[in-house]
Design a protein around this ligand. Sequence first.
Ligand code: AGP
Length: 610
Amino acid sequence: MCGIVAATAQRDVVPLLIAGLKALEYRGYDSAGISVLEDGKLARVRAAGKVRELEALYDAHPVAGVTGIAHTRWATHGVPNTINAHPHVSSDRVAVVHNGIIENHVELREELKAHGYRFESETDTEVIAHLVDHALSRGADLRGAVLSATRRLHGAYAIAVLSRDQPGQIVGARRGSPLVAGLGDGEHFLGSDVQALIKQTSRFIYLEEGDIVEISREDLAIFNADGEPVERPVRTSELSADAVERGEYRHYMLKEIFEQPRAIADTLEGRISENRILPNIFGVNADALLSRVKHVQIVACGTSYHAGLVARYWLEGLVGLPCSVEVASEYRYRHVVVPEGTLFLAVSQSGETADTLAALREGKRHGYLGSLTICNVPESSLVRESDLVLMTRAGPEIGVASTKAFTTQLAALALLVFELARLNGIEPARYSRLVAELATLPRVVGEVLKLDPEIAALAERFVPKHHALFLGRGVHYPVALEGALKLKEISYIHAEAYPAGELKHGPLALVDEDMPVITVAPNNQLLEKLKSNMEEVRARGGELFVFADTDAPVAQSGSRGAVLKIASGGNLIAPAVFTVPLQLLAYHVAVLRGTDVDQPRNLAKSVTVE
Ligand code: AGP
């Protein structure tokens, strides 16, 4: 995780480095730091905590320079304090920022100590600074020194390196962690992603695995892992600088919840028309692959995994295709048996989640029919490494808690399910009905958002709680899982989700008058079963908060708990629709409890380490 930004220009780069770090804070926010070449010397400012702490320190003790590197950290090795904050330096000559994990840092540390290097931090990164310095002291230039240092590293890295000996130059490298180069007018940049640099340029080069990049004000050159010059295409980003602004909203999360009607509409735009899926939305010739699919293996993490769970119900229920869903961190280390004709389906907002990416790479060795990624970030590693891709077009999601990413993933997964249904001979009228229902999703979500004031009032009742249970059945069990994840990650209330029928096999023991039980109750074939489960809760004094379909015969019982009516708009889209009030509930509870909604403790948006 961690965010990197670097710049070499004719102007003072510190303000743009700080702006870049703020845009990258979603990647980690334990500490931050900057290093610039000031009057021929390496100047460094570092602070524990968020970028605003660094900014305050910089305001009090400004540094300036035309070449600099900067970092915002999500701690892996060593506690989040100033000493462990990046950049790390060696011999007052080299400064390094790093995103990733160096697995052999202990051995390298011992070796470098034997060469006389002293370590000041507990990080794995500091070995990189000393390795580069060691190579420089043996006569290498900066690029050569970075190349020789990276050859010694096991694990994942994206780095940017600055040397007092080569002012005006920065060398970057990547393997396993993302790095882009930005092309300005008489200036060049490096960043963990496009968002960090979009205010400076819209022209980018996405570096490939093993690449080393050398930038100066006027020049940019890329070399492969063997040190040979290579060409990489320049791409123009369509991201607008405004897309990463919070606007009138108090938090990014709230903005992103309210953006869902637009984000879902964008995801569907140009992909459905006249109640059918348009040809080639998965790419020309995708049908040739999709028509041979006999089984689907979905791999993802967190919220994206929950989207995958919903898709399993659709694939098995609507298409009749067997489907397995697994969290990537388990899948990647398991001996998997792949049935013939299996499609590997990765789902990821960022496209950079280390476990999902490793699972895709591992999957390629197992004889899958092919791979497809559903993703929100164009040019991300998962997108580039998959055979087929369907982008979700949610726009940048800054809040650490995924919201619009989830509902747009569901929309994209529904498109895939319909395409597979068509290829497997679904009855045409049923197919048209399903596509037509999907097309209503933006409007239906827009209606549900109007319940925001009611949900905000309901949230007050959760503020003193320490625990909460979420219940759902069938395709709404993943919705309950997603609701519980939202509540726990931003309000820090311990929340768990169960299939409602499983309650009596253990979790019911937790239910007493202090336990709120949040139930997702769409008006489907499982409603009567669900109502029995709700009675089991009531009988034990549990407080039931029910999100029920408008036409579901579910009524408030007594003065405790509450029933909130949701117009779900149909069984297909109901999982996406019912998720929205759960997002709002988690949001308002978190605001009332005074947590850091957009950047909850210990987390980061993009989990690019194992
Ligand atoms: C949930 O709110 C989190 N953002 C997290 O669970 C996330 O979904 C997970 O880390 C996977 O990220 P990805 O979709 O970018 O792969």
